[in-house]
Write a protein that binds this ligand. Sequence first.
Ligand code: OFO
Length: 172
Amino acid sequence: MNQQIEAALNDQISKEASSSQYYLAMASWAETKGLSGTAFFMYAHSDEERFHMLKLVKFVNERGGRAIVPSITQPPSDFDTVQRMFELLLAHELTVTKSINEVVDICLKEKDYTTHNFMQWYVSEQMEEEALARSILDKLNLIGNEKGGMYLFDREMLEIANASANAQKNNG
Ligand code: OFO
């Protein structure tokens, strides 16, 4: 495997692992706030990020490279408000999209069309994740600080997580 591509993919492995830890920290915070639906959503999201990481690990190794398992950095443990937490989630996803685009760019420069093709899955995944984060933030902006609204929001997060788990089951 081309060394530049291997390094870029290993860097992406590290980012997906960090995303998984970040969302795990959000899940734990939401759980301690009694927001069980939001916590369920974040636990599932953390698992998804681990899957993103594993998919890259397997690809690198199958293509003759060597995937490096990254060390764990401690994510924040407090997120102030649900709104703040989802703002951070969207900001984080935007940085991940940027780094996915950089990997795609390297693939084109190195004329590695196989990895380029593989990375397209991540390109569309990022579009979905950004759109989901934006739609959740729109809902939160509508709700404001209303307590009853937050109760309904939390229930909806559970439904979103369940719907996404079912869609994944049906696709795979
Ligand atoms: Fe792996 O998609 Fe989010 O970070």
